[in-house]
Ligand binder design. Structure first.
Ligand SMILES: [Zn+2]
Length: 50
C-alpha cells in the first residue's frame, strides 16, 4: 500500500528532505519535518476498479 505524506501546516504533499535528521520537506512552507510530525494517508481507496 502506497503512503502519501502531507504537510501538517498547509496540507500540501511533501517531498523527501535532504536535511539530515528530517524525513520530509514542504516546498511551500519551507519547513522540514520528521515522520511523526507529518500527516500520513494511504492510497487504498483510490485503487478500486469498476
Ligand atoms: Zn506546508
Amino acid at each position: 500500500m502506497k503512503k502519501i505524506y502531507y504537510c501538517p501546516i498547509c496540507g500540501r504533499e511533501l517531498i523527501k528532505s535532504e536535511i539530515e535528521g528530517y524525513c520530509f520537506q514542504c516546498s511551500y512552507c519551507d519547513e522540514d519535518f520528521t515522520e511523526s510530525e507529518v500527516i500520513i494517508k494511504t492510497e487504498e481507496n483510490n485503487e478500486k476498479e469498476k
